[in-house]
Design a binder for this molecule. Structure first.
Ligand code: AOF
Ligand code: ZN
Length: 363
């Protein structure tokens, strides 16, 4: 195996932490000696050991003189765990190959410098783009302290997210829906509007074996969410935030009694101020949100500039219906040149469906 292959392996190990390490990064490490892999590890759970220490602990023979491949620059600070640089230096590893640099201001190049100062050869930038893309959430959150927002929807080829009668089960096939559940796992929270709760009464859980449910956030300006909805009924089991401008205690009480956490947000253009909401959610250590609409909230989110990425699952079918719902509503833009633009477009085939995704260009 060459260094690219070892780093690819480290990347796949890192992925194992998906959904369990937020707001920390996913990190994987592979230790190689005389052409043999002698240890592997990843950052498995928030607050627990980092990838490098897990890989060192897993070594089947002494790591002195070995090479470590790690997807993120080793840390050099005392956080919940002691610095990885210390463990690497003590182990006698002779060379460290790093994927991407740690954007955490406490690390930011210092980890690499310390290793070099201690006579360890450091190679940087191996599969850097892949390593950075894997941690797009961490990179965004550490820089802004607000959640990375992915807007997701499934639509037909004529751009409908439901039939004219409001039925939407199902638009895409099993493979695409499984992909959505993986995405729910990767994001710390799912966000929807009260309209979606009223229309679909969803659970917004992650149905993957061994997965965990994301926190749920319901944007409900005027507190319309029914107390008997699935979301409210299960709020004592799954962390649920209701973001609202309403301060009427009589209406808030049944929700708080059910276990919902209320976030009181200022009003902006008739809705909750989404920028303020993102700041508050960031303070709650929510580093990422999968935004699952509906149309009105999706448009408001784009308008407010809080969306980082859009994922459109497109199914090869047509619903028609002039009143059938589309993914993005609101007032819309007047001229094509005002469009929300996406870059780094990526296309993935999932069974008979297609996922089109891109990063929202911010001006
Ligand atoms: C690494 N390897 O596997 C991870 C790193 O609170 P702590 O101690 O877990 O530290 C979290 C910070 O450490 C996080 O913000 C990031 O800079 C780095 N994460 N570093 O060397 C790892 N997970
Ligand atoms: Zn570390």
């Amino acid at each position: 195996m060459n260094e690219i292959e070892y780093m690819k392996l480290a990347l796949s190990l890192a992925e194992k932490g998906s959904g369990f390490v937020n707001p920390n990064p996913m990190v994987g490490a592979v230790i190689v000696k005389n052409g043999e892999i002698i240890g592997m590890g990843c950052h498995e759970k928030y607050g627990q050991l980092h990838a490098e220490r897990n890989a060192l602990a897993a070594c089947t023979e002494p790591p002195g003189g070995a090479v470590m491949y790690v997807t993120l620059e080793p840390c050099c600070h005392y956080g919940k765990t002691p610095p990885c640089t210390e463990a690497i230096i003590e182990s006698g590893i002779r060379k460290v190959v790093v994927g991407s640099q740690d954007p955490n201001p406490k690390v930011g190049g210092k980890g690499i410098r310390i290793l070099r100062e201690n006579g360890i050869e450091v190679v940087t930038g191996v599969l850097e783009d892949e390593c950075t893309a894997l941690n797009e959430i961490f990179f965004h959150y550490i820089a802004t302290q607000t959640p990375f927002v992915t807007m997701k929807y499934a639509m037909t080829m004529d751009g409908k997210i439901a039939t004219y009668s409001g039925k939407s089960k199902w638009i895409t096939g099993g493979q695409a829906r499984e992909h959505v559940h993986r995405s729910r796992l990767r994001h710390a929270a799912i966000m929807a509007g009260s309209g979606t709760v009223i229309a679909d009464d969803p659970m917004l859980t992650c149905r993957i074996l061994g997965g965990r449910d994301p926190v749920r956030i319901i944007c409900d300006t005027r507190l319309r969410i029914p107390t008997e909805s699935n979301i409210v009924r299960t709020a004592d089991q799954i962390t649920t935030y209701i973001a609202t401008t309403c301060e009427d205690q009589a209406r808030l009480k049944p929700l708080t009694d059910a276990g919902c956490r209320i976030l009181t947000i200022s009003e902006k253009e008739g809705h909750i101020d989404l920028v303020e909401l993102m700041v508050k959610l960031g303070e709650e250590k929510i580093d990422s949100i999968l935004l699952e609409g509906g149309a009105s909230l999706n448009y408001s989110a784009l308008r407010a500039g809080i969306v980082n990425k859009v994922q459109a699952y497109v199914a090869p079918k047509i619903f028609g219906g002039r009143n059938a719902k589309t993914p993005v509503g609101g007032a819309g833009i007047e001229a094509p040149e005002e469009a929300f633009m996406l870059r780094d477009r990526k296309i993935t085939v999932l069974g008979s469906d297609i996922l089109i995704e891109g990063e929202v260009l911010k001006d």
